[in-house]
Design a protein around this ligand. Structure first.
Ligand SMILES: Nc1nc2c(ncn2[C@@H]2O[C@H](COP(=O)(O)OP(=O)(O)OP(=O)(O)O)[C@@H](O)[C@H]2O)c(=O)[nH]1
Ligand SMILES: [Mg+2]
Length: 193
């Protein structure tokens, strides 16, 4: 996979100009968005941290010259000041509402934590913007299998999803192939080859 980091911007209007489809990776701070991208890329291109709030801009990665994967700042992180939090939220909200090249939102959920109203709000925003959503459970390695299966059913119920969420682990690589396949299928664009 050939990947280039092409832009890091707060306002999507300053993002890349190419007329290529975009796939955004959204979810709470610390859910594992940047780690998921690094696992998919097979390279440490996105910055990862134990401290929530690491990704502060919309980071655009050009994938095989065919589409952009966009790493978004996380939501629900209390330790930054309120005005900064609102500005990030507004930037992400505007991006989802107004970016016409945005074709899919991959919504990441940590199966170990109760469903947040912020996760519900993200899905509502995507439905409102008529953007397709793919829900992915991160950090699958951190739970025993039976617990993971239970949490997957809970998340599906809480978020009223028609299909069970995908399972993913950046640590073990589980779910990587299926995620890439699903993204390619939804974009109707082969990402490789
Ligand atoms: N066990 C485990 N830990 C993970 C996994 N993915 C991410 N983490 C850890 O979770 C923490 C947050 O990961 P990030 O990828 O920076 O999360 P993020 O969603 O990009 O966070 P923000 O940029 O702050 O919004 C780091 O300590 C990662 O090592 C995973 O698959 N398994
Ligand atoms: Mg990040």
């Amino acid at each position: 996979m050939h990947v280039d980091l092409r832009a890091c911007v707060a306002d999507f209007r300053q993002g890349p100009r190419e007329p290529l489809p975009q796939v955004a990776f959204a979810g709470r701070s610390n859910v594992g968005k940047s780690s998921l991208l690094n696992a998919v890329f097979g390279r440490k291109l996105a910055k990862v941290s134990k401290t929530p709030g690491k990704t502060k801009t919309l980071n655009y990665f050009l994938v095989n010259g065919r589409c952009f994967f966009v790493d978004l700042p996380g939501y629900g992180f209390a330790a930054v000041d309120k005005s900064q939090r609102q500005a990030w939220g507004e930037h992400v909200t505007e991006y989802i509402l107004k970016e016409e090249r945005l074709r899919l939102v991959v919504a990441l959920v940590d199966p170990r934590v109760p469903t947040s109203p912020l996760d519900q709000a993200l899905l509502q925003l995507c439905y409102h913007a008529a953007k397709p959503v793919l829900v992915v459970l991160t950090k699958a390695d951190a739970l025993p299998r039976h617990a993971l299966v239970q949490e997957r059913a809970r998340v599906q119920r809480d978020l009223q999803l028609s299909e069970p969420p995908l399972i993913f682990s950046a640590k073990s690589g589980e779910g990587k192939r299926e995620l890439v396949q699903q993204i390619a299928r939804r974009l109707q664009t082969p990402l490789f080859g």
